[in-house]
Design a protein. Structure first.
Length: 147
């Protein structure tokens, strides 16, 4: 398995975060000790390597946690497959937000005011820059309520 840290996907935004953010994400989602946060996407989704060397995608966009081990083992992270990169990093949304002048402060991500899995609209009118941990806390509570 290879993790590709060279950017091959044209990202408009880079999320700036520190260990306080990654530790907070692990606590919010109950990620086990020894897991590593590999990346936080501009839309707030998080890639995690678990202690058993499997990979999860915490998709705050979709309100699910997915096993992405096979995809990362085959395509890397970020993936060399452009279509998969577009899906994971929401390149169209990033381009639209950039064109509209959205900025992304440190320790923030773009979050849906009304999450998509709650019926929110996939549009810039429903997106705002939000503190990463606040967004994850809000989405995790909604996912827990739906369970």
């Amino acid at each position: 398995m290879t993790i590709h840290f060279l950017r091959q996907i044209p990202l408009k935004y880079k999320v700036e975060y520190d260990s306080g953010v990654t530790d907070g994400i692990k606590a919010i989602w109950g990620i086990p000790e020894g897991a590593d946060v590999l990346e936080i996407t501009p839309m707030g989704d998080v890639f995690v390597r678990l202690p058993d060397n499997t990979f999860q995608l915490i998709s705050v966009t979709d309100g699910v946690i997915q096993d992405v081990t096979d995809d990362i083992n085959e395509y890397g992270l970020p993936p060399v497959d452009f279509a998969l990169g577009d899906e994971w990093y929401q390149l169209d949304a990033q381009a639209a937000l950039s064109e509209e002048g959205f900025t992304l402060p440190a320790k923030a991500c773009f979050g849906f005011r009304v999450p998509l899995f709650q019926g929110g609209e996939y549009s810039s009118a429903n997106i705002e820059a939000e503190d990463i941990l606040s967004y994850h806390t809000r989405v995790q509570a909604l996912v827990s309520d739906d369970a």
